[in-house]
Design a protein around this ligand. Structure first.
Ligand SMILES: Nc1nc2c(c(=O)[nH]1)N[C@H]1C(S)=C(S)[C@@H](COP(=O)(O)OP(=O)(O)OC[C@H]3O[C@@H](n4cnc5c(=O)[nH]c(N)nc54)[C@H](O)[C@@H]3O)O[C@H]1N2
Ligand SMILES: Nc1nc2c(c(=O)[nH]1)N[C@H]1C(S)=C(S)[C@@H](COP(=O)(O)OP(=O)(O)OC[C@H]3O[C@@H](n4cnc5c(=O)[nH]c(N)nc54)[C@H](O)[C@@H]3O)O[C@H]1N2
Ligand code: SF4
Ligand SMILES: [Mo]
Length: 741
């Protein structure tokens, strides 16, 4: 007997609906759910592999303990007891900072990561908190924090209504989009053109996204902020009479920030001529609905925050921020409901409340840059990192100068990893705790409904029953061990804490729909549910579309979500600036010393024209890959080698490289050997290697990945190059030298 299950794909940010057919306890077929209110049947090659992932014999089902260098399977009690025996004493003897935590990307895709990571962070109370955010989107949190006082409120392009989309450093045809949740992003780009709009892609490589756009501008890597400032410069010069910035003085200060960045001055630096820059500035400001979308290529750069800030300021001065077809903010169903009549504003945004011990990098959102984790492990002294917990992360492949971090991990006194594979990172762990597979977990996209191009919601129950603890229980038990409650403590202690906090947030919101209600009434009405579901129900019922625990009986609840397996659509985005503003002034705050100073630093490099023979390394993604961790599925890795070094024919000739030949690529920090793929899709002077490969380390359990290992591009990226405003690593525009092997 077949049974059919509908669920949201948890693998990337696109949140596609899947239709999963089960027969005799295993997955027969996965296809796109045609009735999904948001994805309408769209699926990519990864979405259909959830069954293969679930069945992968290398996926860990039982905890591992490393004994004499070899990982052996143990039962859950033994694994938690080992952590209690070895981790707690380190913390007691050397203090809270001696234990570091690294949270990887899939935490944004699990309920456990969204809700039960917080108690673990609180229990650890360490300054050594790291995550994939500082090799990813932290610049955009900071620019949103500076401009709107709200680092969580990152504006997204209103894809379905814009008439002009300027994309910098993103390749959504491969990645399916990021910080912009839009299933079938490629289709939505094509629709912009079909309704008469234009799409411009700025990328050193003619990506597949560039190939379906109206225009491709092959910019020199690392120079986007200069070009964006030149666009602002051009608009202020021509259209200043139309621009109203609320803060008197902002316009003059903005003018002085962009003064050095004339379209002429940046032309040689960026590789985009002044006429083109002036034209794009004109198109952005001629009154059409336009959005400026920046992503990985611009964020993972030395001036990532400045780029992200400039992109939003461009939209602000052209009346394309918080307007239909411009950059807008979603109103997620689990978010804080808007309170009518409440004055906009809040406590503002601050970084640098503390600094890292060795290089004194400021904290940002409670985190330190992951690029400095290695030095915090290596450098002796009070606060030295002696133990590490990783949850859903592979920093040995995803962070810069990873050979240094790998060596540092060997030096740790103790390491725990919560992960489904024994890979390049978790092989260093003394204890590995495997959560259930995706199909054994329920799913709800806490992270992505706040970044989505429509306001939607979908809840997916688990398809299979796990035979071990859920990921939320693993995190809860870790938090209890850290806080010295021991390995046998009841995780209900943590669940209770989490739900009562959520309930109190709802009942304490001044003017909110549940103000004055008894938080215990709320928690007891969800008490019969599983812990993740209690949180979902609490949040959506108190949220903007919620049933408000009886006050709005037709409103949203978990039950209603369960009744709608294809999701619920709350409609297109609506202007809501006052709902997201948390600046102390209650207005958008454009000018900040940190921005002024960083633009001045950038201005000094405009003079330095590209050197003769310059070679800059950039990354790329492929639709059949997902960061470092889906290379163990034969269906995804079979076929043509994808971990290749893209080289322009002119460079290949100059360097004496032949197509298919191995090349030695070296940077300040390391060297790799990769096969050359000659293509005029890449700008001369730029080479590209994807990240997340290099699966030939000893001691891993990745039988398929090992046969197609590829090389680790983060052996070349330089941990010393960090955006000082956000702590984000620069992973693109890395100077390299190349020679044939
Ligand atoms: N050079 C270069 N480096 C990059 C990038 C780049 O563009 N270029 N991109 C950066 C970006 S954007 C990111 S987000 C980071 C990613 O950095 P990481 O998050 O450190 O790396 P991932 O490869 O996503 O590893 C995810 C890990 O989670 C495990 N996992 C998968 N599903 C689950 C689950 O449900 N629960 C648990 N507990 N574990 C799970 C996988 O086995 C894997 O070990 O890499 C960054 N690194
Ligand atoms: N298939 C697949 N999908 C994924 C992932 C994956 O690994 N594989 N990872 C997921 C994650 S964690 C994330 S964060 C997103 C990322 O999603 P995207 O931001 O779309 O990331 P990429 O596809 O790497 O595209 C980055 C582009 O930036 C270009 N670039 C490099 N340097 C520069 C520069 O200096 N300036 C400009 N303008 N462009 C530059 C590169 O050539 C590349 O085409 O994708 C997510 N989706
Ligand atoms: S695009 Fe992303 S969410 Fe959609 S099926 Fe592919 S991996 Fe899953
Ligand atoms: Mo990412």
């Amino acid at each position: 007997m077949d049974s059919t299950h509908f669920r949201t794909c948890p693998l990337c940010e696109a949140t596609c609906g899947l239709e999963i057919t089960i027969r005799d306890g295993s997955v027969r077929r996965i296809r796109g759910d045609r009735d999904d209110v948001f994805s309408n049947g769209f699926i990519c090659p990864k979405g259909s592999t959830l069954g293969t992932l679930h069945d992968d014999p290398d996926r860990l089902r039982r905890p591992l303990i490393r004994r004499n260098g070899v990982h052996v399977e143990v039962d859950w009690d033994e694994a938690f007891a080992e952590i209690d025996d070895r981790l707690v004493p380190i913390r007691k003897q050397h203090g809270a900072d001696a234990v570091a935590l690294y949270l990887g990307n899939p935490n944004a895709h699990t309920i456990a990561g969204a809700v039960f990571g917080r108690p673990l962070i609180q229990a650890l109370a360490t300054h050594n908190l790291y995550s994939a955010s500082t090799v990813d989107q932290m610049p955009r949190h900071v620019s949103s924090g500076l401009l709107f006082g709200n680092p969580g409120a990152m504006a997204v392009p209103d894809l379905d209504r814009t008439e002009y989309l300027l994309i910098l450093g993103a390749d959504p045809v491969e990645s399916n989009g990021s910080l912009c949740t839009a299933p079938d992003f490629p289709g939505r780009i094509t629709s912009i053109r079909q309704r008469g709009g234009q799409v411009i892609v700025v990328d050193p490589r003619r990506s597949r996204t560039a190939a379906i756009a109206d225009e491709h501008l092959p910019i020199r890597p690392g120079t986007d902020p200069a070009w964006l400032l030149a666009l602002i410069h051009s608009i202020l010069r021509d259209d200043a009479h139309r621009i109203t910035l609320e803060h008197t003085g902002s316009l003059e200060s903005l003018r002085s920030i962009v003064a050095p960045f004339t379209p002429e001055a940046v032309a040689g630096f960026c590789g985009i001529d002044a006429v083109t820059t002036e034209r794009i500035a004109g198109e952005l400001s001629d009154g059409r609905r336009a959005a400026v979308y920046t992503r990985i290529g611009t964020h993972t750069a030395r001036h990532g925050t400045l780029s992200s800030w400039a992109a939003d300021v461009l939209c602000l001065i052209t009346d394309n921020l918080d307007t239909v077809g411009g950059m807008m903010w979603p109103n997620p169903c689990h978010g804080r409901p808007e309170v009518p009549g409440r004055a906009p504003g809040g406590r503002g945004f601050r970084t640098g409340r503390w600094a890292s011990r060795v290089s004194e990098h400021p904290e940002v959102r409670g985190e330190l840059p992951v690029a400095i984790l290695a030095e915090e492990i290596e450098t002796p002294g009070t606060g030295q990192v002696r133990a590490l917990i990783t949850v859903a992360g592979n920093p040995a492949r995803s962070t810069p100068d990873s050979s240094r971090l790998t060596a540092a991990m060997e030096q740790l006194e103790f390491m725990v990893s919560v992960d489904i594979y024994l890979n390049e990172t978790t092989r260093h762990a003394d204890v590995v705790l495997p959560p259930p597979s995706s199909l054994e977990k329920s799913h709800f996209d806490f992270a992505f409904y706040g970044l989505s191009v429509r306001n939607v919601a979908n809840y997916s129950p688990a398809v299979f029953t796990p035979d071990g603890p859920g990921e939320h229980e693993i995190l809860a038990r870790l938090a209890l061990i850290i806080s010295d409650h021991g390995p046998q403590a009841d995780p209900e202690l943590i669940y209770g804490l989490v739900t009562s906090t959520l309930a109190r947030q709802a009942t304490d919101l001044p003017g909110g729909p549940l103000e004055g209600r008894d938080p215990e009434e709320l928690t007891s009405s969800v008490a019969h549910l599983d812990p993740p579901e209690r949180c979902i129900d609490l949040m959506v019922r108190s949220g903007p579309y919620g049933d408000h625990f009886g006050d709005a009986p037709d409103g949203l609840s978990l039950e209603k979500l369960i009744d709608h397996p294809h999701g619920i659509d709350f409609g297109p985005l609506e202007p809501r600036l006052s709902g997201i503003l948390r600046t102390t002034s209650g207005t958008i705050e454009v000018i900040h010393d940190a921005i002024v100073d960083d633009a001045a630093v950038l201005a000094t490099s405009l003079e330095a024209a590209p050197g003769e023979g310059e070679l800059l390394l950039v990354g790329r993604r492929h639709v059949r890959s997902n960061n470092s961790w889906m290379h163990n599925l034969d269906v995804l890795v079979r076929g043509r080698e994808r971990c290749t070094l893209l080289v322009h024919p002119d460079d290949a000739e100059r360097l004496g490289l032949l197509d298919g030949q191995q090349a030695l690529v070296s940077s300040r920090v390391g060297q790799v050997e990769a096969p050359v793929e000659i293509t005029d899709d890449i700008r001369p002077g730029v080479v590209s290697l994807p990240h997340g490969w290099g699966h030939d380390d000893p001691g891993t359990r990745l039988g398929v990945a090992r046969t197609r290992p590829g090389v680790n591009s983060n052996l070349l990226t330089d941990g010393a190059v960090i955006d000082p405003l956000s702590g984000n690593a620069a992973l693109n525009g890395i100077p390299v030298a190349i020679r044939p092997r």
